[in-house]
Structures are given as C-alpha cells and as structure tokens.
Design a protein around this ligand. Structure first.
Ligand SMILES: Nc1ncnc2c1ncn2[C@@H]1O[C@H](COP(=O)(O)OP(=O)(O)OP(=O)(O)O)[C@@H](O)[C@H]1O
Length: 678
C-alpha cells in the first residue's frame, strides 16, 4: 500500500498527549477495523477474503518489481526470478554448504536410529498385548498356578523400556544437533550476506535503503534458519515414518490400511494450496517488516532532527502504520493455517471412527488380534505424524523460498566492481590524468552531470574545484574514489586505466576527507587506525593525530584514545571530528588526496587549526580539493571552475583573477559579501 494512503498522516497536534491519540486497543484492533483494507465487517471470513486477494496482488507486484529491477538495472546472469528449482540449487550450494557437516551427518544418523526405534515400539507393544491376552485366557481357564505373570511380561517390558528410553535420548540429541546446524547456518548466511552487501557498488545504495537491507539481513535469514533446522531435522524422519507406517499398515491389514489412507489425497491438495498461499503472504510479510525497519532505523538515527521538529508522535504513528501491516499479514496466515488444521483434524477424526468400527468388527470375527490392532492403531498415528510433518515442511519450505526471494537475490548479487581483480603495481607515484570524462547517474541517465573533463595532476599539485551548487564537484570526487565509473572517457592513475586496477589497492592509495566525516562509535584509536589496512601501532596513531592537530584535544579527554565518540560522533565537536578524520587519512599515507569541502562547516578558529592539519596532509601528494571557501584555493596549482558539468575556466588564482569578466573573478567579488560560493 502506498504511504500516501496513511489515514491519519499528520493528524496529531503536538499539544495533544500521545495517550489520547492511540491506545494498545487502537493499535491492535480499532485501527485495523478503520482501515479500508480491513473492513469492520461482522463476518471475518469476508474480511479475510478481501485481505487475501489484496495480499496476493501485493505479493505479485513485489515479486515483479524485484525481477524488473534486476533485469533493467543489472542485466546480470544467474539472477533470474527465484523459482523452486533455483532455490533448491541455492539451498544446496549456499545454505547446506554453510551447515556444519559433522553436526548435520550426526543428526541424520541419530534421526535414522530414532525413526527405526519408533517402528519397533508399536510392534513390541502389540506383542506385549498378545502375550497379556493369551496369559489372561490361561489364567481364566486354569487358575493362578498356571500362569507366571512376571516371567511372561518381563522380557517384552524390558525390551519396550530399552526402546523407549533409547528413542527418548535420540530425540533429545536430534533436537540439539539440528538446532546447532540451523543457528550456525544462519549466522554464516548473515555474515556472507553482510560481506556481500559491503562490497556492492555505491550505485546499489542509491536505490536501497539501509534499514530495509538490515531487515533482510536479520529477519529474512531467520526464516532460512528455521527451514534448515526444521527441514533437516524432520524430513528424513517424516519420509521414513510416512512410508514405513504405510507399509506396516498394509502388511498388518490391507483393507483397514486402505480405509485409513483414503483421506490422504484430499489432504495433499489442501496442503499444496495452503503452501502456495502462505508463500505469497510471506513475500508481503517480509516486505512489510523491511519497510517498518527502514522507518525505525531512519528515525532513531535522526532522533535529534525528529525532536527538533516535534515529529515524535507523527513518527510513532508512521511506524505503527507500517508495523500494523505486518501484524495483519500474520493474522491472515494464522487464519489460513487454522482453517487447514481444522479441516485436516475433522477429516482424520471421521476416518478414525470408521477405522475403529471396522477393526472391532474384524476383532470380533477373529480376523484381527487385539495386539495387531494395537500395533495398527499406532502405525496410523505414526502415519498421521509423518504426513503432518511432511505437510508442515512443505508449507514452511514454500513460504521460506517464496518470501526469502529478496534475501537470496541479495546473497547472490555480484557487485558491478570486482574487489579482488586487477593490477596492484608495487610502485605508486600518484599521477592523475582525466581524459574526456563524462558522467550521468544511472537513476537519471538523461541528466549529464559532468561533460568532457580533462585534467592532469602530479605529486605535489593541488587541483581545486570551484563552482555553484549542483555543478558536479562532489560527483567528480566520487569518480576519483571510483564509487562510479565515467559513462565515457577514462581516468588514469600513474598512466594505468582506473578500470584495470585492483579496487582495494586503488582505494588504499587514496585519502578522502569529507565535509561531514563519519566516525564509528568505536574508540578514537580504532577510528584513526581504520585508515590503515593492516592496523597500526599506537605510536603511529599518536603521530598521525599530532600531525592532524588532534593529539592535544584527545589527550584532554577523560579516556583519551579510548574515548567512544558516540553514534555519528555526537560527543565531540565538528572540528574535532574533522581532525580525527584527517589523522585517519594521514595514517594510510595516501598518494592521492580528495578533500570534499573539508573546512567549510567550521568557524574561523577551527578552520585555521584544521587547515594546518590539511596542509601537513597535502604535503608532497596529489591533492584534489572541492572547495567553497576561496581562501582554501588561493594557493592551488590549478583552479578549475565548473558550471553545469563543464569546465569553463582553469588556471592559477592570479591568472583567473587577471582575466576580464571571469566567473572566478565574480566569485571572488561575491565572497566579499558571503564567505561561501554556494
Ligand atoms: N546519487 C545521485 N543520483 C542522482 N543524481 C545525483 C546524485 N548525486 C548528485 N546528483 C545530482 O548531480 C548533480 C551534481 O551534484 P553534485 O553533488 O556533484 O554537485 P556539487 O557541485 O557538489 O553541489 P554542492 O556544492 O551543493 O555539494 C546535481 O544535479 C545532483 O542533483
């Protein structure tokens, strides 16, 4: 459903307390009945049918959108829509290859033993009943002296006890072994997906929200865990139980066996249909959870903005709306599964009565012993158990495979840029050459952001890029970091084409300092060492911090280098954050520096301190500065003025100001009024 259909969007007024706006009752019930998708009908069945149709439609839409997006954006091979066949292949190649094999094999062996034991128990019980019946007849005829009850019962009871105790132990072991299998597999799957997500090209993140991806990572994979755990644990036992008990029933009494299995085809049709429908529900369910998670992650990550704009109640309702969709789908699934269970339960009760009546007739006419009937009745229970397990596995399998399609696609997605291929030159000078570089973002292919950019820069050169907002300055910086490839033209690094170089190697040669640098909520020591691929000793970290003018302020913090700066470095100032980011760039000793408006957000005192740190960093390297303050570009070797993606002027500061009517000159005049160009 479209967000535009939120019935209560912005309905809250800040002065009204939250309690007067929504209660748990509303959250859970009233809101649903007010929702046009869940009419307040007296007949829940009608509401359910409406809901069912809506969910099927939505599931198909989500699936076709996913498929279309894949085909359009990537044209990748091997990423066709997830079918049962491709999913089975995935299960085989990915999921089961991640299973701890020794636990899996032990589990299979123990569950085989368990199944064998479960067949022996009814047989021994039947024997015991027949012994008891025959001893009872002797007792009635010849009196107590003719019967040694203890001797007659000892052997079968001992055997039964051993069998029962062994199956009890096996059951416990099977549970533990398969639980370990399931949890280990899902943990490995999550790690694999996480790694795969971190390696996707930046363009992928232009069209995916991080909250949605984290939901796929955590919630969708949970379903695969229960699938591996549940399926491996029960599938073997269920097949053996189902087939074995069928054989045993027919061997004991073919006519009764036929009667007992007469409802099986109806049950099979019911299970098949339910499995398919629950699968579609699962698609919408995971999608709804991902959307709800996206709201939670975004809002909690921007809670300062939310509170500054008095948006708490609105966000709570927005989240409630998204989560309620999830709840409704769960309810629809529960309704459907309940209908299935009731139908199956009812049919089996009728069948049991008919079988009992016919069996008693056979006992009376001497065609069946009571012992054989006891065994037969237990085989019917085993058969039912086996069928129920197989049905549950099928429904679970269909639901998981259909609903985790997105997870599977993400897991198998190959990034556009391979990380581990390409050249890794041993010597790197840092010479940069851009030849006729043009670029448009994939999401807006008709909007040319950069056009025919040419540039040559050598170590020690500082190239400054100036231009109005939206001119394409940051985009050029992103091309230098190889977040995107030019749509035409080439970038050469030490005369080697960017595309031919190993991506990890290339990025290790580049230091990047952003306007709003991101620090992780790990210690400052770890944040600085983050720039060094192999980790760095404390001595180097402190030296980098000193050169970045960060050591003094870090030393005054209570925990020094062990200080956690908080999420988004909220516990330190903007200038301090910049200096830690510069230290992080210094420690990697980059050959090429990309500075994106690194000082523009700072006051003049902080700017001075950070600029000193930057001068230290730029020394002897090829530097590319995206600048808004002209003070930072005056000393540049070359200044390029960008306008709508074209370089309209280039030269040194003195050359450009000397030109008549130059755009740079007008920027300079403008800056007398405002310190910022854009
Ligand atoms: N990820 C993206 N997807 C699509 N278009 C984008 C993307 N990022 C930027 N753009 C567009 O590309 C153009 C250039 O943006 P860019 O951020 O490079 O400009 P800029 O010169 O750095 O601007 P500013 O000085 O305001 O940061 C703008 O029209 C912008 O809307």
């Amino acid at each position: 459903m479209d967000d535009a259909r939120i019935p209560f969007q912005r309905s809250l007024r800040p002065e009204e307390p939250a309690e007067s706006q929504m209660s748990w009752q509303q959250l859970d019930g009233e809101r649903l009945s007010q929702d046009p998708d869940w009419p307040a009908s007296a007949c829940w069945a009608l509401s359910y049918v409406k809901m069912h149709n809506m969910l099927l439609q939505e599931a198909r839409q989500i699936q076709s959108e996913g498929q279309q997006a894949q085909e359009e954006q990537h044209g990748r091979t091997g990423l066709e829509a997830v079918t049962i066949a491709s999913s089975l292949k995935l299960l085989k190649n990915e999921v089961f290859s991640l299973c701890p094999m020794h636990f899996l094999i032990s589990g299979i062996v123990v569950s085989f033993v368990l199944t064998t034991l479960s067949f022996m128990v009814p047989w021994v019980q039947g024997q015991l009943v027949d012994v008891a019946v025959s001893e009872a007849a002797k007792y009635a005829k010849d009196g107590p002296e003719a019967v040694d009850i203890g001797a007659a019962l000892f052997e079968p009871i001992l055997l039964l006890s051993v069998l029962m105790f062994s199956s009890y132990l096996c059951e416990i072991m099977v549970g533990i072994l398969f639980a370990i299998c399931g949890h280990t597999t899902v943990t490995r799957l999550r790690i694999k997906l996480f790694q795969n997500l971190t390696e996707q090209e930046i363009a992928f993140y232009d069209s995916h929200v991080s909250g949605e991806l984290s939901s796929r990572l955590i919630n969708d994979s949970q379903a695969l865990s229960s699938l591996t755990q549940f399926t491996t644990q029960t599938v073997l036992g269920a097949v053996v139980k189902f087939a074995g008990s069928l054989l045993a029933m027919f061997a004991t009494h073919p006519k009764l066996a036929l009667l007992a299995t007469i409802i099986t085809p109806i049950n099979m049709v019911l299970v098949k249909r339910t499995g398919k429908t629950v699968g579609f529900y699962g698609v919408v369910q995971n999608h709804a959870m991902a959307k709800a998670n996206a709201v939670a992650v975004e809002v909690l990550g921007s809670v300062r903005t939310v509170q500054s704009n008095v948006g708490e109640q609105y966000e709570a309702e927005f989240f409630m709306h998204r989560l309620n969709r999830y709840l409704r789908i769960i309810k629809a699934t529960v309704y459907l599964e309940t209908v299935l269970r009731f139908t199956q339960y009812g049919l089996s009760k009728v069948r049991n009565i008919v079988v009992l009546a016919v069996a008693m007739n056979q006992v009376i006419t001497g065609q069946l012993t009571i012992g054989s009937y006891t065994a037969f009745a237990q085989y019917v229970t085993l058969y039912e158990d086996g069928f129920k397990n197989l049905a549950d596995i099928w429904i679970n399998f269909k639901q998981t495979i259909t609903s985790t399609g997105k997870f599977i696609q993400l897991l198998l997605r190959q990034p556009d840029f391979a990380f581990d291929q390409g050249l890794q030159p041993t010597n790197c000078l840092g010479r940069l050459h851009l030849k006729d570089v043009s670029f448009a973002y994939a999401s807006r292919p008709d909007h040319q952001v950069l056009s025919s950019i040419n540039l040559e820069a050598n170590p020690g050169d500082v190239v400054a890029l100036v231009g109005e907002s939206g001119a394409g300055k940051s985009t050029l910086g992103r091309l230098l970091l190889r977040h995107y490839d030019p749509t035409s033209g080439h970038i050469f690094f030490d005369a080697l084409d960017y595309r031919s170089l190993n991506l990890r190697w290339l990025r290790a040669q580049i230091g990047f300092v952003e306007q709003e640098p991101v620090l992780f909520d790990r210690t400052l020591e770890e944040n600085i060492a983050y720039g060094s691929a192999k980790g760095a000793p404390m001595k180097d970290i402190q030296e980098a911090a000193s050169r970045a003018n960060a050591h003094n302020f870090i030393s005054t913090l209570q925990n020094g280098y062990n200080t956690h700066p908080g999420e988004r470095a909220a516990r330190i100032s903007g200038g301090q954050k910049q200096r830690v980011a510069i230290a992080r760039a210094i420690i990697r000793n980059p050959k090429l520096l990309v500075l994106d408006e690194a000082t523009s957000a700072l006051d003049s005192e902080n700017e001075h301190i950070v600029q000193q740190a930057l001068d230290e960093l730029m020394n002897g390297r090829t530097t590319f500065v995206i600048a808004h303050r002209l003070s930072t570009v005056i000393g540049a070797t070359k200044i390029m003025v960008l306008d709508k993606g074209y370089v309209i002027e280039e030269g040194s500061h003195s050359e450009l100001v000397a030109r008549e009517n130059s755009r740079y000159g007008s920027f300079m005049k403008h800056q007398l009024v405002s310190p910022l160009l854009s």
